[in-house]
Write a protein that binds this ligand. Structure first.
Ligand SMILES: NC(=O)c1ccc[n+]([C@@H]2O[C@H](COP(=O)([O-])OP(=O)(O)OC[C@H]3O[C@@H](n4cnc5c(N)ncnc54)[C@H](O)[C@@H]3O)[C@@H](O)[C@H]2O)c1
Length: 262
């Protein structure tokens, strides 16, 4: 199925994990894809591996938290004759410090990447998106709507849901749809540092999920591919959990407690 033929997508943080899988699925469905990442080598490697004739896709180094980088990224896209009508704001950082020990610089970095990065990218692509009646998907988190720790990251993700709703209404008359997905725990390299200290963390996390497992990047990519497609033509401003039922659990039970109430 090539339902995204003729579309051009930008995936930020596309050099790893969920973003890399989204880039692959959108390319499989016919889109030209630009993969932007802080890690230039990763962006290039993922873009080069996407299906399609050589030169179809583009890997770009960009720190989405830095306005100069975002401006240069948009310029590089235009020079490559890419005017994105699909934007996936996926880049994020998640500090793992206790709130009481969280330095201001770390708080600011989580907000700068995960929230301001989406603002900057969306802002500097607004002409392209609005000209083409495009579609934006912001990768938020279940942390946007419930307390699961990581307060800086969670506040950034809550802000991203608010930005999603604001832009959905603001740009509806330009036929730009703006949605968010709220992933639960997904097996990606973002967990590597935590796994090195706590090897069982994802096994314990799986017990929190009514569907009995944590998610895979494919679970999120499929939701994104649906939301950007014409099948979702009348869906805008939503925050879609992709979370194995986690947010549907109707109690304050957490972690292994959930097994006791099933
Ligand atoms: N993995 C999970 O459990 C989980 C759960 C909920 C939400 N999410 C969200 O999914 C998205 C992807 O996460 P992931 O698990 O694939 O992480 P990941 O660490 O595998 O990938 C994130 C990518 O973003 C890039 N990046 C970081 N800072 C950047 C910056 N300033 N500019 C550009 N690129 C930058 C990294 O280099 C990396 O390639 C994030 O928004 C994350 O918050 C992940």
């Amino acid at each position: 199925m090539h339902e995204l033929a003729g579309r051009t997508a930008l995936v930020t943080g596309g050099g790893s994990g969920i973003g890399a899988r989204i880039a692959a699925l959108l390319a499989t469905q016919g889109a030209r894809v630009a993969v932007a990442d802080l890690d230039a080598t990763a962006a290039e490697r993922i873009a080069t591996g996407l299906p399609g004739p050589a030169g179809t896709h583009l890997g770009i180094r960009a720190d989405v938290a830095a306005e100069d980088d975002v401006v240069a990224m948009v310029q590089a896209l235009h020079e490559a004759d890419m005017r994105p009508d699909l934007l996936i704001n996926n880049a994020a950082t998640c500090s793992d410090l206790a709130y009481e020990e969280l330095p201001l610089t770390t708080w600011r970095r989580d907000l700068d990447v995960s929230l301001t990065g989406a603002f900057l990218t969306t802002r500097h692509l607004s002409a392209d998106l609005r000209r083409s009646g495009g579609s934006v998907v912001n990768i938020a988190s279940v942390n946007a709507v419930r307390s699961f720790g990581n307060e800086a990251y969670s506040a950034a993700k809550a802000g991203l849901v608010s930005l999603t709703q604001g832009l959905a209404v603001r740009w509806a008359s330009s036929r730009v749809r703006v949605n968010a997905v709220l992933p639960g725990t997904i097996r990606t390299p973002i967990w590597d540092e935590r796994l090195s200290r706590d090897p069982d963390v994802l096994v314990r996390a799986a017990r929190m999920y009514p569907l009995g497992r944590i998610g895979e990047p494919e679970d999120v990519a499929q939701a994104v591919a649906f939301l950007v497609s014409d099948r979702a033509a009348w869906i805008t401003g939503v925050a879609l959990p992709v979370d194995g039922g986690l947010l549907a659990v109707g109690s304050t039970a957490f972690a292994s407690d959930i097994e006791e109430i099933r």
